[in-house]
Design a protein around this ligand. Sequence first.
Ligand code: SF4
Length: 83
Amino acid sequence: MTRRLTPRTSVSREPRSEAVAALSVNNDRCRRYGTCSAEAPDLFQLTVTGELQYRRAVPAEHVDQARSAVRCCPMLAIVLKER
Ligand code: SF4
């Protein structure tokens, strides 16, 4: 099930394992360049319509990808809160 947050980004598939961190994307900053989906393909996806979908809940096995996406986002739009 996909929940729409805004017209430009949405939260997609929930992870199967327990979340250890939470992602969010600032829609005012995001320009949908797609760098995050290249760095963290298990967490971010840029659709053919230009919408950025991402997982809010980050399982342990994808935390490194999430950190990489945060570092590489040219707009500093991604926030990762680790528990
Ligand atoms: S890298 Fe940053 S600006 Fe580009 S799509 Fe991802 S969140 Fe948006």
